[in-house]
Design a protein around this ligand. Structure first.
Ligand SMILES: [Zn+2]
Length: 662
């Protein structure tokens, strides 16, 4: 432990000043070996935040989704929960060896190639509702700044030009008392690596030391290139983030984030490049790292082929389920990709959705004008809400511990659900709980509001539709066909403002078809029409009708989400059916085997076993083993018992056969 402390002795925790905004938030800071340290921004509530964006050469996959959804949740929490004033910057690496190589392989123009993958990245971000940063910095827009930055590092003595390329001089940097690599201080000199692209392999002779990493790379004739004092070339990867982050956010910067695989060499090299340029001790005050998503027990990195693209995963799960799948794990721990985690996420999502729908119905039906005096249950729920807030506050202060947050929300929801179903809690208190849960889930980016939720038109129309449908079903059961005709001709629905005309169309169609069926006195058809309205027509428009004992209730969803939910449910049913089918097949096979066995006459059962026995008596019972020795007493007993059993089941078989023939 002492040694661990010394390794990170370079870290200087920002001190609390008069205007410091102190919330009590603690972050697992990689600058101090991921130790939890109090988060103190440099200027009051203001937080300057930089995070590493994508390198554009391949599909955005689920591993990236974990990083960017994680950052999205952290941003929302810092801003909306802790009330920090955030300025967020994300880079786009559109110049890199990997891009050059992949564009070449795809036989595409370099610049067009990056545009394709940039569009893919932002469309994936949008489909997952990941907020854009305040500032996007594209490397190709920052070449002049990068050149000036490198010139400064050279003039400070920490970089050198060799053959048109510029390298960072680690030896000189260390000699002057700087620390490197700061976040992986345990790494020995012979374990150092540059972390640059494939084009670097044959460049060792240009360097003073094999550990020196590249800042500016001379381009080959066919490669993309930009002007510089050292000839035509392009910036290395690590220096890009140093320049773009400090161009917008300066020095020092409060917070820097990225995937855990970037700690070394990328983040350590960016850090030392910036500190070498500014000749300072600490460019970044807090460095946080997001955990890996392991896929099939392997690191889900882009260099592996087996990745899941966002388009693929969105065919199976909703963005909310994907977010929950990540939020049930701590952001900075390793997690395995698994269907079970997704199933857990689906189940939590369903609980939340049900909670909001139920409370909405409760508040829709509740009478504020009714009795409001608090009873024991109200005090209980109120205390639980306060305790939940306390638990969640502590969890968020503790390096954004969302698994604990979700747990606490679960407990709160369960209790409120019970009180709602018993109608034993006052509506204003339910409203307070709903608002709080909505706020906290909003930090995870979960939104359970549907487009027309607050439209009074839909409330009126759906209440009427449910009532008409209930009446039709009741009358059909009794065979009162004339009454049905009256029910459906009483009201003609009109198009309303703010309401999907599809709803009005399908209700009018339902009424017409019911009228025809009632005139035909077709009971079965009437029930079918009621089912069709519930399962197809309104369902496709995102309205779910649930038939309760006497009356039905309605809930509104996003139509796409409702469709996906049904698909997931059907998949589950299919899986269960498959298991059942397999078990039945197995049972059938066993019965068949038993039947085949029962067909064998006891006299014949041992005769084929010549690898065991050589002589048999008149009933076919073995008397000598394969070597011609008489069977022992014990062996005799065993074979006789087996013979008796076979005799019994064979006789049963014969009896059965006889019965069938009669
Ligand atoms: Zn970076």
């Amino acid at each position: 432990m002492q040694q661990q402390k010394n390794l990170f002795a370079h870290y200087k925790q920002p001190s609390i000043k008069e205007d410091s905004y102190v919330t009590g938030l603690n972050l697992a800071n990689s600058m101090k070996g991921r130790e939890l340290v109090p988060f103190i921004p440099i200027n009051g509530r203001q937080v300057n935040f930089y995070y590493c964006g994508p390198t554009l050469y391949k599909n955005f996959h689920l591993g990236h989704a974990r990083t960017y959804i994680g950052i999205d949740i952290i941003r929302k929490t810092l801003r909306d929960y802790f009330n920090y004033d955030l300025l967020s910057v994300m880079n786009i690496t559109d110049i890199d060896d990997k891009i050059i190589n992949h564009a070449k392989l795809a036989n595409q123009d370099f610049f067009e190639f990056t545009k394709i993958w940039e569009r893919d990245f932002f469309s994936a971000m949008e489909s997952l509702s990941i907020e854009l940063p305040d500032v996007i910095t594209r490397v190709s827009d920052y070449i002049p700044e990068i050149v000036i930055f490198i010139e400064k590092i050279i003039s400070n003595g920490y970089a050198y030009n060799s053959n048109g390329s510029v390298y960072f001089d680690i030896q000189k940097y260390l000699e002057d008392g700087h620390k490197y690599p700061k976040m992986r201080p345990e790494i020995n000199a012979d374990q150092l690596q540059e972390g640059e692209g494939e084009s670097q392999v044959n460049k060792q002779s240009e360097k003073k030391s094999p550990n020196d990493f590249i800042l500016w790379k001379a381009s080959k004739p066919e490669e993309p290139k930009w002007h510089s004092p050292w000839g035509e070339g392009r910036p290395g990867w690590h220096i890009q983030c140093s320049v773009m982050a400090s161009s917008i956010l300066g020095n020092p910067i409060d917070l820097h984030a990225g995937g855990i695989d970037l700690v070394y060499p990328h983040h350590d090299n960016s850090l030392s490049s910036a500190e070498a340029c500014f000749n300072c001790d600490q460019w970044i005050n807090y460095f946080i790292h997001l955990g890996h998503l392991n896929f099939a027990h392997r690191k889900m990195s882009r260099s592996l082929k087996d990745f899941i693209t966002i388009n693929e995963i969105l065919k199976k799960y909703t963005p909310r389920q994907i977010r929950l799948n990540f939020a049930i794990h701590k952001y900075d721990t390793v997690m395995d990709y698994s269907e079970e985690h997704f199933e857990q996420a689906i189940s939590i999502d369903k609980t939340y959705h049900k909670f909001f729908q139920n409370t909405q119905i409760y508040l829709r039906d509740s009478q504020i004008t009714g009795p409001q005096k608090w009873m024991q249950n109200d005090f209980q729920i109120s205390n639980l809400l306060r305790n939940t807030k306390q638990v969640i506050h502590i969890a968020l202060l503790n390096n954004f511990n969302f698994p604990t947050v979700i747990d606490a929300i679960d407990k709160l929801i369960n209790q409120v659900n019970v009180q709602i179903s018993n109608k034993t809690v006052r509506a204003p208190l339910v409203h307070s709980v709903v608002e709080y849960v909505k706020f906290i889930l909003g930090l995870i980016g979960l939104n359970y509001q549907t487009q027309n939720n607050n439209s009074s038109d839909i409330k009126l129309i759906m209440t009427e539709v449910c009532s008409i449908r209930d009446q039709v079903k009741l009358a059909a059961r009794k065979g009162e066909y004339e009454a049905i005709s009256n029910i459906v001709t009483q009201k003609q629905f009109q198009y309303e403002k703010n309401l999907s005309n599809g709803i009005v169309d399908c209700i009018n169609q339902f009424q017409q078809q019911v009228l025809v069926a009632s005139q035909d006195k077709n009971k079965q058809q009437l029930f079918q029409l009621c089912d069709k309205l519930r399962d197809e027509q309104l369902f496709d428009l995102g309205i779910k009708i649930e038939d309760k004992q006497q009356v039905s209730i309605w809930k509104q969803y996003d139509p796409q989400e409702l469709k996906l939910e049904r698909e997931q449910q059907q998949k589950l049913i299919q899986q269960k059916e498959q298991i059942k089918k397999k078990e039945e097949e197995k049972k059938k096979q066993e019965e068949l085997k038993k039947l085949e066995k029962s067909k064998i006459h006891p006299k014949d059962m041992f005769l084929t076993q010549i690898d065991k026995y050589s002589e048999f008596d008149e009933n076919g019972i073995p008397v000598k083993d394969k070597d011609g020795n008489e069977l022992s007493k014990k062996q005799n007993k065993v074979v006789k018992e087996l013979w008796e059993i076979q005799n019994k089941i064979h006789n049963q078989y014969l009896l059965q056969l006889q019965k069938q023939q009669q």
